[in-house]
Design a protein. Structure first.
Length: 186
């Protein structure tokens, strides 16, 4: 089985490289297709899926919500997958941006960036980081600008607690992958 991740940006790839080895059995292969932003992802998605010829491959799309309506974004992406002949594609939307997932586990941010933050996790603001429309700005602020998108993702991801994150969209993403793996094994 090969899981093909279609991603809007390089920081998502760095994050996945940090968590997938702890989540997936070794017999599952991973491929990444990184686009240059969400509009590039949406424009070229159908061609990439239709052009993929490797058998036993499953697609997973990960895209930030940013300021859009997550239900509409997901519906549009699912429709493109159906048009491509791959209705079985897993589509997950990050509410609002990838940094929300890091704010959902400040212990991982603390370990990755070597800055004291974990005590802030109980703050009202970080109990549901998916509600923050400006998670990247917030993360930059609380890390005193130590956080950089790609490098920060690379440093933080290996420390993310897969079983305990206050981001609901992170947990939905993890459950989606676990469900795919369970189907593969049965």
């Amino acid at each position: 089985m090969t899981l093909v991740f279609l991603l809007e940006e390089a920081s998502a790839k760095e994050m996945l490289q940090g968590i997938l080895p702890r989540l997936l059995p070794t017999e599952i292969h991973i491929k990444f297709i990184v686009f240059e932003g969400k509009s590039d992802l949406e424009k070229r998605l159908k061609l990439k899926i239709q052009g993929w010829k490797a058998p036993d491959s499953y697609f997973i799309i990960l895209r930030d919500q940013d300021s859009g309506d997550c239900k509409i974004i997901k519906q549009n992406l699912v429709a493109k997958c159906v048009e491509s002949g791959r209705a079985d594609t897993l589509v997950r939307i990050v509410c609002h941006e990838l940094e929300s997932w890091y704010l959902g586990d400040l212990g991982a941010v603390e370990k990755g960036l070597k800055i004291k933050l974990q005590q802030s996790q109980t703050s009202t603001k970080f109990r549901n980081p998916d509600l923050l429309a400006n998670a990247a700005e917030e993360l930059e602020k609380i890390t005193k600008k130590l956080y950089q998108k790609v490098g920060g993702s690379r440093d933080i991801a290996p420390h993310l607690n897969i079983a305990a994150n206050t981001s609901i969209s992170f947990n939905m993403f993890i459950r989606g992958i676990q469900t795919l793996v369970e189907k593969y094994r049965s």
